[in-house]
Design a protein around this ligand. Structure first.
Ligand SMILES: *[C@@H]1O[C@H](CO)[C@@H](O)[C@H](O)[C@H]1NC(C)=O
Ligand SMILES: *[C@@H]1O[C@H](CO)[C@@H](O)[C@H](O)[C@H]1NC(C)=O
Ligand SMILES: *[C@@H]1O[C@H](CO)[C@@H](O)[C@H](O)[C@H]1NC(C)=O
Ligand SMILES: *[C@@H]1O[C@H](CO)[C@@H](O)[C@H](O)[C@H]1NC(C)=O
Ligand SMILES: *[C@@H]1O[C@H](CO)[C@@H](O)[C@H](O)[C@H]1NC(C)=O
Ligand SMILES: *[C@@H]1O[C@H](CO)[C@@H](O)[C@H](O)[C@H]1NC(C)=O
Ligand SMILES: *[C@@H]1O[C@H](CO)[C@@H](O)[C@H](O)[C@H]1NC(C)=O
Ligand SMILES: *[C@@H]1O[C@H](CO)[C@@H](O)[C@H](O)[C@H]1NC(C)=O
Length: 615
């Protein structure tokens, strides 16, 4: 499996004072030899700017890594060692975590190396082959991720890996990678599953069993076989190559040449640091097919519904034109579009402007110039600076609609709501109506502080039927800890606020369905949360059904966003029983996340198109 070194065994016999690497790494999360000065004799497997990596003889217990990082930035020390050398040295066992990042795990390493003696050179280095010698587990990150929703359970932040310092259990992903820290490994036929970050680092998996694989080659967040959200721990970040070469640009599904590198932990994640950069073997097809769910000029029961977070769309620049192209040429001008992140007329300039009529009419004109469809639109201006998002932008939700297919119900005496007016459900002639149309849902509830208030509307369709809609943009996950972090389950911020936000919307929906259980209701938008975090959506999913369920979309194809190791769904559409009992179709159009580069994307979210029947 790894190198066999009769020479080294002999060395150990003669130098009884030597410590084994596995004595330092141990079978617990943390080292048993913290702070101790040790003498080591081992094979140098790799060298970078901030140290080198050692390999000792293997032990039978796979939990104890026989690799170890030696930290030094001293060029005179680094010049003394080369990959292939067997060296002896003295150093101090240490654990590293940046002071500014208390949520990261500790990395065991040896610091202050001294008295380095090269005992022999040019020894063979045999990496451990992942997928052959050992394979990562595919479901859970940590035994500490307790709760019905696994690593997404609420409450989270209940324990810390380094405080518990438990025995490693390699059926859990973080423990598996911990058992390889410092080791040299080979990753056969890697596949990139995300775009690179600004340092050229990207997530990948190799030729080993994986779960949640989607048609593009990414790994989707799904439920595992035991009904617990699957964390996809089988993926790892490919970091900057140790020899100073640069990783190639990757997209989701890029195939690369084999990687040989060392396992480490940094920036809150487990990494493999390649000895040298891999090269691209193949890329997926970057052409995007438009939706097959098109608007019908004759079937008035069928309504096509788009949903798109257009990421800080201001009235100027090329971004708005690109959004218009997507709506016209890829979404094929749905009858109604739920849009999120429309900025005010001055974009991110913080000047008190809150109206977005220039932004929306610019978008409508741009779509019309490409498609012959001239949308009407509605939105409600927020109070300046009160809804979060990019400062000055005053992002809000809006509806674009084709008035020949549907239009807002206009009842004499029913006004349009303002930023702080809560729309309510009133009963007239036995039917539910919005008291303000459109109106915002419970906008002064503390749940909506510094967040985009939901935009509710009531529509009449060309078939004469009523449709209620709520366009959502829930508070974002900023400040959450990493999936590979110390806190377990990982901190999910602000999950309590997001749960309360959903509850306010569920209350409105319940009022509609209490009056008329056969009402047509669509709640859709950017929820900034996965449905696998079931507790957040419980109040709503007791009333409405996720359209992906209704349309029976394969679980691995349910995603609109790519973050870290996961293709995941943040954008959802929920249907009332009347709608879900009829025919419903949905397509997530990966016009952004199937792009060649992250920079080529128009938005970080993919849009969705659905076709529902209101009669
Ligand atoms: C390291 O080796 C030196 C001799 O080379 C010895 O004096 C010392 O006790 C050893 N230290 C440990 C921690 O084994
Ligand atoms: C971790 O636990 C092991 C086993 O109990 C113990 O030997 C070691 O000292 C602990 N490490 C730290 C840093 O607490
Ligand atoms: C290095 O070796 C010399 C000679 O054996 C010894 O005096 C010295 O203490 C060692 N240095 C360290 C840091 O172990
Ligand atoms: C080690 O290998 C290199 C490259 O193959 C060779 O140039 C060098 O002579 C070798 N050194 C020894 C001591 O065998
Ligand atoms: C998580 O728990 C730790 C205590 O273990 C606490 O210091 C920290 O503030 C908590 N983080 C959040 C976001 O609640
Ligand atoms: C935007 O609204 C202002 C104020 O009502 C109006 O004067 C202006 O003409 C509108 N602009 C567009 C493009 O609709
Ligand atoms: C727009 O309408 C014109 C005239 O009816 C037609 O020739 C053209 O093909 C239409 N373009 C699109 C994109 O539908
Ligand atoms: C909206 O709220 C404001 C402030 O409370 C109030 O003055 C106004 O009458 C309300 N508008 C409607 C339509 O209820």
């Amino acid at each position: 499996m790894t190198w066999l070194a009769p020479f080294l065994l002999a060395t150990w016999i003669s130098l009884a004072a030597c410590t084994l690497i596995t004595d330092i790494t141990g079978v617990h999360q943390r080292t048993p030899l913290l702070g101790q000065i040790v003498n080591l004799t081992a094979l140098v497997t790799a060298k970078g700017k901030s140290g080198f990596y050692l390999l000792g003889d293997p032990v039978k217990d796979v939990r104890a890594s026989n690799g170890l990082a030696v930290f030094t930035t001293s060029t005179s020390i680094l010049s003394q060692v080369n990959a292939g050398d067997i060296v002896s040295l003295t150093g101090t066992v240490s654990e590293f975590r940046p002071a500014a990042d208390p949520d990261y795990l500790l990395l065991t390493e040896v610091v202050s190396p001294a008295n380095i003696t090269v005992l022999s050179v040019n020894n063979t280095i045999t990496p451990l082959i992942l997928g052959k010698d050992r394979s990562p587990p595919t479901e859970q990150f940590s035994s500490l991720d307790v709760g019905r929703d696994g690593w997404l359970s609420v409450p989270n932040n209940q324990s810390r890996i380094d405080t518990v310092n438990g025995t490693l259990q390699v059926k859990f992903g973080l423990d598996f990678w911990a058992s390889l820290v410092g080791q040299i490994v080979s990753i056969p036929t890697p596949v990139a599953i995300n775009f690179p970050n600004s340092f050229g680092e990207f997530w990948a998996h190799g030729d080993w069993p994986v779960t949640g694989k989607n048609s593009r080659g990414g790994l989707s967040l799904t439920f595992g076989p035991h009904g617990i959200p699957d964390a996809n721990p089988e993926a790892i970040i490919v970091g900057s190559p140790l020899d100073g070469t640069k990783n190639p640009k990757t997209a989701i599904g890029t195939q690369l040449t084999d990687i040989v590198g060392v396992i480490t932990y940094q920036f809150g994640f487990y990494y493999v640091l390649p000895l040298t950069a891999p090269t691209v073997i193949s890329n997926p097809d970057f052409a995007i097919a438009p939706t097959t769910l098109t608007s019908s000029p004759t079937d008035h029961c069928a309504i096509t519904v788009g949903d798109y977070n257009v990421e800080n769309m201001a009235p100027t620049g090329t971004h708005i034109r690109d959004v218009a192209n997507h709506i016209a040429q890829v979404l094929l001008t749905p009858d109604i579009i739920f849009i999120q992140e429309v900025q005010d007329n001055s974009g991110p300039t913080d000047n008190g402007v809150v109206s977005a009529n220039v932004t929306l009419s610019t978008l409508v004109q741009a779509i019309a110039s490409i498609s012959n469809v001239t949308y009407s639109w509605i939105d409600i201006d927020p109070v300046d600076g009160e809804d979060g998002g990019q400062p000055g932008g005053n992002i809000r939700q809006a509806y674009l609609y084709r008035s020949e297919k549907l239009h807002p119900v206009q009842i004499p005496g029913v006004p349009v709501g303002g930023a702080l007016n809560a729309t309510a459900i009133v009963k007239a002639s036995g039917k539910p109506f919005l008291s303000l149309n459109p109106g915002r849902v419970d906008p002064t509830n503390a749940a909506w502080q510094d967040s985009r208030k939901p935009l509710a509307a009531q529509w009449t369709t060309a078939s004469g039927h009523t449709l209620f809609t709520v366009n959502l943009h829930l508070v974002s996950k900023g400040g959450s800890t990493t999936g590979h972090g110390d806190a377990r389950p990982p901190v999910n911020l602000p999950v309590a606020q997001r749960t309360s936000q959903v509850e306010t919307v569920a209350n409105l929906v319940k009022s509609i369905l209490d009056i008329d259980p056969f009402s047509n209701v669509v709640v859709a938008g950017d929820c900034n949360e996965y449905l696998q975090t079931r507790s957040v959506f419980a109040s709503l999913t007791s009333l409405l059904t996720d359209i992906d369920e209704v349309a029976n979309i394969p679980p691995a194809e349910r995603y609109t966003y790519v973050f870290d190791n996961n293709c995941e769904q943040l954008d959802h559409m929920f249907l009332s029983p009347a709608l879900s009992s009829r025919y419903a179709e949905v397509e997530h159009i990966h016009v952004n996340n199937w792009a060649a580069t992250a920079a080529a994307r128009v938005s970080d979210h993919d849009p969705t198109v659905a076709r529902i029947r209101v009669c």
